[in-house]
Design a protein around this ligand. Structure first.
Ligand code: M6R
Length: 622
């Protein structure tokens, strides 16, 4: 977890660091810190640990920062080792205070290294795994290595995951950065250079962008970046094309990123479909075929696939549950699905005809990344569905299908979740297409249905005022059940997850038919049950399950299709949505009012929707 940034060159080092840290806050906000270097002066360091106020508090306490600073590092923390406190906040220093570093990841052998370094006389000030690194590099320097070699030598002794950036008071303008597993990107202008955990932190500040690979080391100086591999051979730099602009990473007039990102969903879906549905000639044009632009697996290889595994976490996992329905139904391939953190520990049976679909908004979630790596090690073909171009998962997979949602800053996944479902439905249809399972008219109908989703999702968002009114009436409720069946079940799970993570309210998602096997014992007068009751294949059965909870006194909130009075008659509150043109596409529309319900309930409780407590957007630790 955590976000790191480093800047060298130019006169605006501190404002640049603070600005980039603001864009990285979604990765963690338990504490924030910066260190600045100015030639001939000792390093200047400030750290603050005030939860979501840490960065603002830090920015307000920079009056004594050296105005002549020309290089520095910054960090926002999501605590793993050591409670959130100023002492545990980064940057960490060595014994002399002349070396400082920031780190994202976990050093698994930090206790062992720490004991060894303590025996050599090093004094640890914090409870973190990170501080050990500062002392390890100090030790190597005391044995004669320069900063660059000391970092490179230290890397060989580390187990675990790290993206780190190191500075030394005796090396003006130099930042040494390195990574293994945790992401690190680099940016350059003529007179400056930067490192950061992700691209949005560098938008508007760099002219060229680069990605550091595992076990590579970067020597970063104003206007210059030299990258070497684990054998210290220089690697030619390959600039990456970055299409995101700064505005995309800012709030654009909304109260918070989450509502901005919910409102961006129609465009994000349209962008994700762009160029992938091929129109037929004729007027009006209909869609006739699918095209996958970033595929690196041939149609022949896809035709050979005889089993699909889906691995993902959180909201991405819920998108994967929809994919299971879609791939089984349309492509007639068996699909297994696992939360990624379980997958590689249960000995799954894979071979070269297995397609593993790894879904991750960030492309950096370590559980999913490691699941994909273990699948690749068993010769399975790995296809990543991710929103981040050049993320670790995108680079390491056999094929990649990008969602084109633009940067998502709110910790709660919204537009990336919807676009994941879209990308996965495209994949399911594509697999069916290469397997020759569709009549052209059937495919054209489904592609047309996909094409109509941006407009339908926009209509669901326009009903936000009605959802807000429902949220206000439910503001005193503390326990929610979310029910759904078939593709409504992942929608229920996603609705419950959204509510939990930003409202801190108890919310359980169940397959509606399972309720009578135990959980219905929890239903009593005053319980609130939210059910997905749109006209998907098991709609009638959902209504029977709703009747069961109603009979036990529950307050019933139903997601129902516009104009469906028969369904509405069973509800105390209705969340109306347009009907999808194909049942398997319904989750894309049906989840929208549940995002909005969670959003308005969280606001009613006075919560910070973008930065919910205890969470980080990208989970880069196991
Ligand atoms: O970046 P990823 O899609 O791999 O992230 C997976 C989960 O951590 C993520 O979906 C998480 O559950 C979200 N906060 C949900 O809103």
């Amino acid at each position: 977890m955590c976000g790191i940034v480093g800047v060298t060159g130019g006169t605006e080092v501190l404002p640049n660091l603070l600005d980039s840290l603001g864009r990285l806050e979604y990765r963690g906000y338990d504490s924030a810190g910066v260190v600045l270097g100015a030639a001939g002066l000792p390093l200047w360091r400030r750290r603050r640990a005030f939860g979501t106020k840490s960065l603002a508090d830090l920015a307000a306490d920079t009056g004594t920062a050296p105005p002549e600073a020309t290089w520095g590092l910054g960090h926002v923390r999501w605590a793993t080792h050591g409670r959130p406190s100023e002492t545990n906040a980064h940057p960490h220093t060595d014994c002399s205070g002349r070396l400082a570093l920031v780190h994202n990841g976990i050093i698994e052998n930090y206790l062992e290294l720490g004991d060894h370094l303590s025996a050599l006389g090093h004094q640890m000030a914090s409870e973190t795994d990170t501080e050990v690194l500062a002392h390890l590099i100090e030790q190597r320097m005391s044995e004669g290595a320069g900063l660059e070699d000391a970092v490179a030598n230290s890397m060989t002794e580390l187990r675990g995951a790290f993206a780190l950036a190191v500075v030394h008071a005796d090396e003006p303008g130099l930042i040494v950065a390195a990574r293994r597993v945790s992401p690190l990107v680099l940016g350059r202008t003529e007179g400056s250079a930067m490192v950061a955990s992700d691209i949005p932190a560098l938008l508007g500040k760099a002219d060229e962008f680069f990605v550091l690979d595992d076990d590579q080391l970067a020597v970063v100086r104003p206007g210059s970046i030299v990258v070497t591999d684990s054998n210290r051979n220089e690697i030619p730099l390959q600039p990456r094309v970055v299409e995101w602009d700064l505005q995309a990473a800012e709030r654009g007039g909304f109260d918070d990123f989450m509502s901005k990102e919910i409102h961006e969903q129609p465009t994000a879906i349209a962008d994700t479909l762009l160029g992938r549905l091929l129109p037929s000639a004729g007027s009006p044009p209909a869609y006739r075929a699918l095209h996958l632009d970033e595929e690196r697996l041939s149609d022949e290889e896809l035709r050979a696939v005889d089993k699909v595994f889906v691995v993902a976490c959180g909201s991405s996992f819920h998108a994967g549950l929809v994919a299971k329905h879609a791939i089984e139904h349309w492509a007639r391939l068996p699909v297994e699905i696992d939360v990624a953190s379980e997958f590689r520990y249960r000995d799954p049976v894979l071979d070269s005809n297995t397609l593993v679909v790894a879904i991750s908004q960030s492309g950096e979630t370590v559980d999913t990344l490691q699941a994909a790596r273990s699948a690749a090690a068993q010769r399975a073909k790995v296809l990543a569905v991710t929103n981040v171009v050049d993320s670790s998962m995108a680079r390491e997979s056999d094929a990649v299908l990008y969602t084109r949602a633009g940067p998502e800053i709110g910790v709660a996944a919204t537009k990336t979740h919807l676009t994941q479902i879209i990308a996965l439905e495209i994949l399911a249809l594509y697999l069916a297409q290469v397997r020759g399972l569709f009549y052209p008219s059937e495919l054209a109908m489904l592609l047309g249905a996909l094409g109509s989703l941006p407009e339908k999702v926009a209509r669901a968002i326009e009903r936000g005022g009605e959802v807000e009114a429902v949220a206000q009436r439910l503001a005193g409720v503390r326990n929610f059940f979310f029910l759904g069946r078939h593709v409504g079940y992942p929608v229920a799970l996603e609705g419950a997850l959204k509510l939990k993570e930003i409202s801190y309210l108890r919310a359980e998602g169940y397959p509606a038919g399972e309720l009578k096997h135990g959980p219905i014992a929890l239903i009593e007068p005053g319980s609130v049950v939210v059910a997905v009751a749109t006209r998907t294949p098991l709609w009638e059965k959902v209504l029977s399950n709703v009747a069961e909870v109603r009979a036990r006194g529950a307050t019933v909130v139903l997601v129902a299709n516009e104009g469906d009075d028969e369904t509405a008659a069973l509800a105390d509150e209705v969340l109306w949505v347009p009907a999808a043109d194909s049942p398997l596409l319904a989750p894309v529309i049906d989840v929208v009012p549940l995002q909005l319900l969670a959003y308005h309930l969280a606001r009613a409780h006075g919560n910070d929707v973008d930065r919910p407590r205890n969470l980080a957007k990208t989970v880069t630790v196991e």
